[in-house]
Write a protein that binds this ligand. Structure first.
Ligand code: PSU
Ligand code: MN
Length: 309
């Protein structure tokens, strides 16, 4: 196997074996654990997501940086430690990787940095909850997540539940179009808005099966069209929240963020926490369920992709 890749990323034995044998692997991020949800739900979610990937025929590879080492495939204790430390662990996006590695620290990886490490390890499919995007008011704050730049250049498919309305969904789609990132709807022609199945925006194309999805990934990368693909998978009906109600909650959270002067990398975790608080935890249950649903679809796509390449 590729020696260089293995030198850069330390793989668990299970992940290493799967990759060496061309078996399906699904990458999972760690910022969602330490910054996206409170303990202990974050720990339970992380374990349940790994289990869901296994049940659907793939090997889970939770990605993080530990003692300055890029890692794919964590132990239960390591996951628990990230879950317990929460916000005390540094949230690491592309710009933060060299600092955390050089200083031999721990880092929770966002969508952007998880994509980087997944690609280095040779993992093409990644499941998460929500991606970062163009924030509301970005025309003055310039707050645009590094996740979007990563999607423009790194060959990893990201299965998510669409764009959350803490973001400007329309501008996020415009940005992705400019960067040449396909946005596929999984069994839907409408982009889901994370907590809700609808957003009022259309996706580029609808895919109905893991095989159809895998075929698009294969054709993109075989043609040398670098970059990621978004596969937007709507939250299961039973857990979908009301769009108008969530929009109101998000408006309130944004107002509170402004008052407290929260900026930069703290914005997304603050908004997620505030939304949870304002919905009395209802959004947390929805968040967990949609991640599980994404893990299932991601594993199925990974299985189909492993058969096609
Ligand atoms: N959206 C969520 N949950 C999350 C995140 C986003 O619903 O946990 C995390 C992801 O790790 C994502 C990051 O990559 O926030 C984006 O942060 P920023 O907007 O600072 O780029
Ligand atoms: Mn930002």
């Amino acid at each position: 196997m590729n020696r260089l890749k293995q030198l850069k990323v330390q793989l668990s034995e299970e992940v290493q074996n799967a990759l060496a044998n061309g078996k399906p692997v699904v990458a999972l991020e760690s910022t969602i654990i330490s910054h996206g949800m409170p303990y202990p739900q974050n720990f339970e979610m992380a374990l349940a997501v790994e289990e869901k990937v296994r049940q659907n025929g793939a090997v889970p590879a939770t990605i993080a940086i530990i003692d300055g080492v890029l890692r794919a495939g964590l132990s239960r204790n390591e996951i628990e430690s990230f879950a317990k430390k929460g916000m005390q662990v540094t949230k690491v996006s592309r710009r933060d990787i060299p600092v955390i590695v050089a200083q031999k620290k721990d880092g929770a990886t966002t969508v952007a940095s998880t994509m980087i490490i997944a690609e280095l390890a040779g993992i093409s499919i990644f499941a998460t909850g929500g991606i970062g995007g163009v924030h509301r008011g970005a025309e003055t704050t310039m707050d645009i997540s590094a996740d979007l730049e990563e999607l423009a250049q790194t060959n990893v498919a990201v299965i998510c539940a669409g764009a959350k309305s803490i973001l400007d969904i329309g501008l996020t789609l415009e940005y992705l179009e400019t960067k040449g990132v396909p946005v596929l709807g999984y069994q839907t022609s409408e982009l889901p808005a994370f907590y809700t199945r609808e957003s009022g925006f259309r996706v580029d194309a609808q895919v109905d099966t893991p095989e159809q999805t895998a075929a698009i990934l294969k054709s993109k990368w075989e043609l040398g069209l670098r970059g990621g693909v978004i596969i937007a998978n709507p939250v299961p009906e039973a857990y979908s929240l009301d769009f108008q109600q969530m929009d109101q909650v998000i408006q309130n959270a944004l107002q509170e963020m402004k008052v407290q002067g929260i900026k930069g990398k703290d914005s997304t975790p603050f908004l997620l926490g505030k939304v949870k608080e304002l919905t009395a935890g209802k959004s947390l249950e929805t968040n967990i369920q949609l991640v599980l649903n994404n893990a299932k679809v991601a594993a199925q796509i990974a299985v189909a992709y492993a058969q096609q390449v």
